[in-house]
Ligand binder design. Structure first.
Ligand SMILES: [Zn+2]
Ligand SMILES: [Zn+2]
Ligand SMILES: [Zn+2]
Length: 277
């Protein structure tokens, strides 16, 4: 596999191709239903109210690129019949986005490969302190590393695919969204800096954190997510990282062009392929 995370971007080849993005999980950190809760959404029979922890998969030809290793990675991989993972992108190191990291071991048992992962520097420091054994074999442990880390420091290139990291505000911290072709995936945020908006010019689909109806200090609410995404003028705004405060049936209350994500939701991506050197 050819990959890099470089400050400079390769030129495009002039060829385009279709890829796919699958919402593996559309739920907030607790998942929905939430343990111990008997609210109408947690008791709902609508399968779209069943939300695993937030994650996505990009599929391009036979490449599977995972965004985050959510706490529900195992069940998501089984549900979507994911046979292998070729690369992992991390958005940030909050538990709901990384605690499924050990579920990568099943893929290692079969393919015996160390998977490249792309991780922003603050998240890498955090991951290394919590999951050092995933990156470096502990002497004498006999457990091989699962991931080979590359710090995100510019456009990520995997084969002919260019993925643009998009810095986001996430309460007192930061997270990293990713733009792939004409789609962007902006989970866990409550602000898009002006410089990041420039990176998102011309996107057709914005998948964005739209936690719940009521405000939250580190996530967009439905209202503020729509306002932030509308500034990018996309065809579709898709809200994800949703709590049990929101029923999927509530989607009818949303303005035109705004949808609620659900587990298993799929999108076509129009990709401009880069020139391979
Ligand atoms: Zn989260
Ligand atoms: Zn509930
Ligand atoms: Zn978070």
């Amino acid at each position: 596999m050819v990959l890099s995370a470089a400050m400079t971007t390769s030129s495009f080849s002039g060829r385009s191709e279709t890829a796919q993005l699958t919402i593996l999980g559309s739920g907030t950190s607790t998942g929905v239903p939430m343990v111990g809760c008997s609210c109408p959404v947690c008791l709902s029979n609508d399968p779209k109210d069943n939300r695993t922890r937030c994650s996505a998969l990009i599929t391009f030809r036979d490449l599977n690129i995972l965004i985050d290793t959510s706490s529900d990675l195992r069940s998501q991989a089984l549900r979507e019949k994911i046979a292998r993972i070729d690369a992992v992108l991390f958005t940030h190191a909050h538990a709901d986005h990384v605690n499924g990291i050990d579920d990568l071991r099943g893929f290692h048992f079969i393919h015996h490969e160390v998977i490249p992962c792309f991780v922003p520097k603050p998240a890498f420091d955090d991951l290394l302190s919590r999951f050092s054994y995933v990156f470096r074999e502990k002497p004498g442990s006999g457990y091989p590393p699962l991931l080979k880390p590359f710090l995100v420091d510019g456009v990520v290139e995997i084969e002919e695919v260019q993925i643009v990291p998009v810095p986001l505000r996430h309460g007192k911290g930061v997270s990293t969204g990713y733009r792939i072709g004409d789609i962007c995936y902006l989970t866990d945020c409550n602000g898009i800096p002006a410089a990041s908006e420039k990176l998102l010019k011309g996107v057709r689909v914005v998948i964005i954190d739209g936690l719940r109806w009521s405000p939250h200090p580190s996530h967009f609410s439905i209202e503020t997510a729509i306002a932030a995404a509308a500034g990018l003028a996309p065809e579709r705004i898709v809200l994800t990282h949703i709590t049990h405060e929101v029923s999927h049936a509530d989607a009818v209350k949303l303005p035109g062009g705004v949808e609620l994500a659900y587990d298993g939701m799929k999108f076509g991506i129009d990709l401009q392929l880069r020139e391979m050197r």
